[in-house]
Ligand binder design. Structure first.
Ligand code: SME
Length: 160
């Protein structure tokens, strides 16, 4: 199996470049969407520090349903337009929330979460899932994290 060694204190641009390359290697030639989401959630968890949750919500019948993830058990279904994930999915836009307590309608799956980054996965113009990262630190995510996870979403869109 692939072994990945994210460098400690690596510049973010490099870290996300390596994460995208690792994702490319993991999903190459594998058609099973669940397996690919599971491995991608695992490497996000491995590469990106200070997280308490990382994983997928998939678009199913017009709402979001929990997908493969790392972290504590989470809310299973999120309607479009609700919470950070449902708002990102409904607007097809990345949401960077420095303080989840200040986001109206934030859905608290884990009371430890303080900041959140949600990136839509878009395939042929349609949102098919979101990638959700939660941190116990306020203001954990910045524009470089958002750009890195957006690059990851583009890389795996055809594999999930
Ligand atoms: N906080 C999210 C819900 C998902 S959990 O964080 C895993 C939201 O508001 O959509």
């Amino acid at each position: 199996m692939h072994a990945f060694f994210p460098g400690a204190a690596q510049p973010k641009a490099e870290l996300y470049r390596d994460l995208v390359l690792a994702a490319r290697a993991l999903v190459a030639d594998e058609p099973d969407a669940v397996a690919n989401m599971a491995n991608v959630a695992a490497i996000v968890w491995q590469f990106v520090d200070r997280l308490n949750w990382a994983g997928f919500y998939r678009v199913v019948d017009g709402g979001l349903v929990l997908g493969p993830f790392q972290g504590k058990a989470a809310c299973i279904r999120i309607p479009f337009g609700q919470g950070v994930c449902g708002t990102s999915a409904a607007s097809a836009a990345t949401l960077l929330v420095p303080d989840v307590h200040a986001f109206p309608g934030h859905i608290a799956c884990d009371a430890e979460s303080r900041s959140e980054l949600v990136v839509p996965v878009i395939r042929r113009g349609e949102v098919i899932a979101v990638i959700d990262l939660d941190s116990p630190e306020a203001g954990r995510f910045d524009a470089e994290d958002a750009a890195g996870i957006e690059a990851l979403a583009r890389e795996i869109a055809d594999a999930i």
